[in-house]
Ligand binder design. Structure first.
Ligand SMILES: NC(=O)c1ccc[n+]([C@@H]2O[C@H](COP(=O)([O-])OP(=O)(O)OC[C@H]3O[C@@H](n4cnc5c(N)ncnc54)[C@H](OP(=O)(O)O)[C@@H]3O)[C@@H](O)[C@H]2O)c1
Length: 232
C-alpha cells in the first residue's frame, strides 16, 4: 500500500487530500497541530482504518523530530507540505506604515521554513519509497511575475521564498531520485481561500491528476491544479 504524509490535515485542502488518498486505498499519516480538536479529521479516520493522526506543528523542531522518530524506517511515497497561513498585512495606510514585522516572520516561519524543515527531516524515508515525491502547496501569489496589486507582502514573499527554496532543493535531491512538485491549488473555498472559489474536492482531484502524471523531468516545476504551468 503506498503511503502519504499530509501537513495541516485537520481542515480545508489538507482534510480533502487525506479523504481522497484514503478513499483511493493509500495509507495516510494525517498530521495537524491539535489532534484532540480535529473533529472532522477524527470522524474521517474513524471510517478509514488506514488513516492515522499525528501531532505536528511544522514550526516546532521537536514536533518534526518526533514525527521522524514515529515513522522510523517506514518508506514515504509522498510528503505533502500543505500547511500554511495567511496573516493580513495592513496595507491601507499610505504608502505602507502598517507592516508588523513579527507577523511577517511568523508567516515565513510556517509557510517557508516549516515546509523545508520537514522535507529535510524526511528525506531518508522518501528515498526508500517507490514514488519518492515531495509536493508543496504554494500559491499563484508566490509568482513574482503576477504581482500587479499592492499588499499581501507577508504571504506573497513567503510563497515566493518557498518556491525558490524548493526549486533549489529539487536540484539537491535529484541524485537520490526524489522529485519535488510545486502546486497551485486554484482559488479554493476554505477558511483561507475566496468564498467564490472552487470547492476543495475539485481542486484536490486536479492536483491528484498532476501528481499521478509526475515524472522526474517535472521536478522543480510549478503547476496549477488543472495541469497548466505557472509563471515564476
Ligand atoms: N484556499 C486557497 O484558495 C489557496 C490558494 C493558494 C494556496 N493555498 C495554500 O493551500 C494550503 C492549505 O490552505 P487552505 O486553503 O486549506 O487553508 P486553511 O483552511 O486555512 O488550512 C490551513 C491549514 O494549515 C494548518 N497550519 C497552520 N499553521 C500550521 C503550523 N504551524 N503547523 C502545521 N499546520 C499548520 C492549519 O491548522 P490549524 O487549524 O491548526 O490552524 C490548517 O490545517 C496553504 O499552504 C495555502 O497557502 C490555498
Amino acid at each position: 500500500m503506498p503511503n502519504i504524509l499530509v501537513t495541516g490535515s485537520n481542515r480545508g485542502l489538507g482534510l480533502e487530500i487525506v479523504r481522497q488518498f484514503a478513499q483511493d486505498g493509500w495509507r495516510v499519516f494525517a498530521t495537524c497541530r491539535h489532534p484532540a480538536e480535529a473533529d472532522a479529521l477524527r470522524e474521517l479516520a474513524a471510517s478509514h482504518e488506514q488513516i492515522s493522526i499525528h501531532r505536528l506543528d511544522v514550526t516546532l523542531a521537536e514536533d518534526v523530530r518526533a514525527i521522524r522518530w514515529e515513522l522510523g524506517e517506514t518508506p514515504l511515497d509522498i510528503l505533502f507540505n500543505n500547511a500554511g497561513i495567511y496573516l493580513e498585512d495592513n496595507d491601507t495606510l499610505p504608502p505602507l506604515g502598517g507592516i508588523r514585522y513579527e507577523q511577517w516572520l511568523r508567516v515565513l516561519e510556517v509557510n517557508t521554513l516549516g515546509a523545508v524543515r520537514l522535507t529535510e527531516a524526511l528525506l531518508d524515508n522518501l528515498a526508500h519509497s517507490d514514488k519518492r515525491l515531495v509536493t508543496v502547496m504554494t500559491s499563484h501569489m508566490g509568482s513574482i511575475a503576477d504581482i500587479e496589486t499592492k499588499g499581501s507582502y507577508y504571504y506573497r514573499s513567503s510563497k515566493a521564498a518557498l518556491n525558490a527554496a524548493m526549486r533549489g532543493l529539487a536540484v539537491a535531491v535529484r541524485p537520490r531520485g526524489i522529485g519535488i512538485l510545486l502546486l497551485h491549488p486554484g482559488g479554493v473555498q476554505t477558511r483561507m481561500g475566496p468564498n467564490d472559489g472552487i470547492p476543495a474536492d475539485e481542486s484536490v482531484r486536479g492536483l491528484r491528476k498532476v501528481i499521478d502524471g509526475f515524472s522526474m523531468q517535472d521536478s522543480g516545476t510549478f503547476i496549477r491544479y488543472d495541469g497548466t504551468a505557472m509563471p515564476w
